[in-house]
Write a protein that binds this ligand. Structure first.
Ligand SMILES: [Zn+2]
Ligand SMILES: [Zn+2]
Ligand SMILES: [Zn+2]
Length: 134
């Protein structure tokens, strides 16, 4: 995965984007903070992630896990603004990539049927991964 260079991006925002791009799986704000190489505090990370999401560079979802509680997880979107959906294992707590969002036909159907305009979708699945089943 390549990182994106964009104008109007502060060092912290660029570093935050780099961290979530390189990770390859969703990260909580605390995990971003642990990986970022610039000196910064949690509030800066939260603002930075919020900015990136607002500009379409990141996508986030809130996931509840019995062990970690409820957390918001962030990942980078692709340059075409695509996002992925994820499976979370309740035993080993890994994320498994479910691939590019395939909800478009369903969303289109809702939009036509209900006259609504969908700007955002969230889906995550939880359960036991293949490794943990053995
Ligand atoms: Zn597992
Ligand atoms: Zn978990
Ligand atoms: Zn989606």
């Amino acid at each position: 995965m390549t990182t994106r260079k964009t104008p109007n991006m502060t060092k912290i925002r660029q570093a935050t984007l780099d961290v979530i791009t390189v990770a390859g799986h969703p990260l909580s704000a605390n995990e971003v903070l642990a990986r970022i190489l610039l000196p910064c505090n949690p509030a800066t990370i939260y603002r930075s992630l919020h900015y990136l999401e607002g500009k379409g560079y990141a996508h986030s979802f809130v996931l509840h896990c019995a062990e970690h509680g409820t957390e918001r997880y962030y990942m980078a979107t692709t340059p075409e603004n695509h996002h992925h959906h994820w499976f979370h294992c309740e035993q080993c707590h890994r994320f498994i990539d479910l691939g590019d969002c395939s909800l478009a036909p369903l969303i289109q159907e809702y939009q036509e049927k209900l006259g609504i305009q969908v700007t955002r979708d969230t889906l995550y699945l939880t359960g036991i991964c293949a490794t943990c089943q053995n």
